[in-house]
Design a protein around this ligand. Structure first.
Ligand SMILES: Cc1cc2nc3c(=O)[nH]c(=O)nc-3n(C[C@H](O)[C@H](O)[C@H](O)COP(=O)(O)OP(=O)(O)OC[C@H]3O[C@@H](n4cnc5c(N)ncnc54)[C@H](O)[C@@H]3O)c2cc1C
Length: 471
């Protein structure tokens, strides 16, 4: 089928690989207005809009693209901001290839690429910040009730923004000194500049949301105190506790979890290397274990911090790699080396306790496991050693437990996450709602936001009914 549109999406300008490994600036430069207008014209404005169904927060994608095509950028912003409080973030980090763009009608036609929806979302959010009208949003009076939100990641920011727009007084409590959750301490500057996260958080504050940092609920404030001051509590404390391989040598100097490594870079100015050189050890030969976004972020950060070689060790193959494909391509372009079907069995240390290498074993794929992916099995006798002075493990995370261990009445599931209704986020006890990674396990920004959206509706209903019943 031949269509009257360009078959290929407009390539988005990026820093070259040689240039960008010397800095922590945003890799993607983004579309100009002319490019955005041209790319938006590739949208077919399908009546059934599969892209909307593919988006966990149901953004009116054809609507905002049409407004860009008509050069009405303010209208495009108005459309997007009805659905999301974090468009500049989502435009940069959402796995669009598996969501809106994955089901785009254009992309399903042989020889055609899907519309570049994510890059357009980011374009409109950045345009609004730089050139759009600065009129403060109209906020309803906050008289409908009081809601406490624990954690300040994307799930919390979504619930907080949506409830404020409905007329609730919302207070967010964050244990760290900076709000934003993984958006601030996990995802590196070159994929998600912190100024952009702060800008979107400021937009949420402008709706009347209060954010208190350095408050660990369950320690500095008890859950009982929150219950007595608020009509409902939303918990989105995330899944930031790192898992470890547990191989011999884990306690050697130079072995990090990716959580620690990335947090040091993001929250302790590591990204301003060499101005700040202490947050992480200076490394020459880095090995990253794992194949998700976290592993890609750690590997690419290590390159930017001056490592001469960065190798990823992953026990499955490229086909099973969980990282976003864009991140993998960027990592390859930047010089990261991938060791497929390889697993560490031991970290080798010097007499002084410093890491000097990783003993690995080759793997082969057997029958599918519970996740549906083929199970990796060791090939006996295939051990070999990679020289390394730094190991970064990025093999997954579990629930953040500070609040869970202090809140014994809260019902958890078998895996230790909060047992919440997937449609409403309501947990047990009933005045608690929860969403994001603390319910699903480590997932994605947009799924955490989707949970926040549903919970905002449910919290509104819960408080309205409670007040109507005079409770
Ligand atoms: C390095 C990295 C890269 C990633 N890359 C991507 C990506 O490219 N695309 C994507 O979609 N997803 C990505 N993810 C996953 C995504 O960031 C998460 O799924 C998402 O942030 C989860 O949001 P959340 O709101 O549930 O929790 P989080 O973002 O984890 O926020 C939870 C917050 O709660 C706070 N907290 C915990 N306990 C308490 C307490 N007791 N009191 C007060 N505050 C507390 C924490 O300090 C934290 O700030 C990545 C994750 C990591 C770690």
């Amino acid at each position: 089928m031949a269509l009257d549109i360009a078959p290929k999406r407009l390539p988005v300008p990026e820093q070259s690989a040689e240039e960008r490994i010397k800095n922590f600036n945003d890799v993607v430069i983004g579309y100009s207005i002319e490019e955005a207008v041209a790319e938006s014209a590739r949208c077919l404005q399908c009546k059934n809009a599969p892209c909307i169904k593919g988006c966990p927060v149901s953004i009116d994608i054809p609507g905002f693209l049409k407004a860009i095509k008509e050069k009405d950028l303010e209208k495009s912003w108005d459309i997007i901001s009805q659905y999301t409080n974090l468009p500049a973030v989502c435009g940069r980090v959402c796995p669009q290839e598996k969501q809106c763009e994955g089901v785009c009608t254009v992309g399903r036609i042989k020889g055609y690429e899907p519309v570049s929806i994510g890059k357009m979302e980011r374009f409109i959010a950045d345009w609004k910040a730089e050139h759009g009208s600065k009129v403060a949003p109209k906020v309803p009076e906050q008289t409908k009730g009081n809601v406490a939100v624990v954690g300040s990641g994307p799930s919390s920011l979504t619930v907080a923004g949506d409830l404020a727009k409905m007329g609730y007084k919302v207070t967010v409590y964050e244990a760290l000194h900076a709000a934003g959750g993984v958006l601030m301490y996990g995802i590196p500057e070159f994929r998600l500049p912190k100024a952009i996260v702060r800008r979107e958080i400021d937009n949420i504050k402008a709706l009347g949301v209060k954010i208190e940092t350095n408050v660990a609920v369950g320690r500095s404030v008890t859950i009982e105190e929150l219950q007595s001051h608020f009509d409902a509590v939303y918990i989105a404390t995330g899944a930031g506790t790192p898992h470890f391989m547990g191989v011999p040598g884990t306690s050697l100097n130079g072995v990090y979890s990716a959580s620690e490594y990335l947090t040091r870079i993001n929250l302790m100015h590591g990204y301003e290397f060499p101005k700040y050189d202490t947050p992480t050890k200076e490394s020459e030969k880095v090995v990253v274990v794992g194949g998700g976004n976290v592993a890609m972020d750690a590997a690419r950060s290590a390159l930017r911090l001056g490592a001469k070689s960065v190798q990823v060790v992953y026990r499955r193959s490229l086909e099973e790699l969980p990282a976003r494909i864009e991140e993998y391509h960027h990592a390859v372009e930047e010089g990261v080396i991938f060791n497929w079907l390889t697993n560490p069995v031991e970290y080798v240390g010097s007499e002084t306790g410093n890491i000097v290498g990783v003993k690995c074993i080759r793997m082969e794929l057997g029958e599918p496991d519970a996740s549906g992916r083929r199970r990796p099995q060791e090939i006996k006798g295939s051990e070999f050693t990679i020289e390394a002075d730094t190991i970064i493990e990025a093999i997954g995370q579990g629930p953040n437990k500070v609040l869970l261990s202090a809140f014994q009445e809260l019902k958890l599931n078998k895996k230790g996450y909060i047992d919440a209704d997937p449609e409403t986020g309501q947990a047990d006890p009933e005045w608690v709602f929860a969403g994001g990674d603390i319910v699903t396990g480590a997932a994605t920004v947009i799924l955490a936001m989707g949970a926040g959206k549903k919970a905002a509706e449910a919290i509104d209903k819960y408080i309205t009914e409670k007040k109507a019943a005079g409770k």
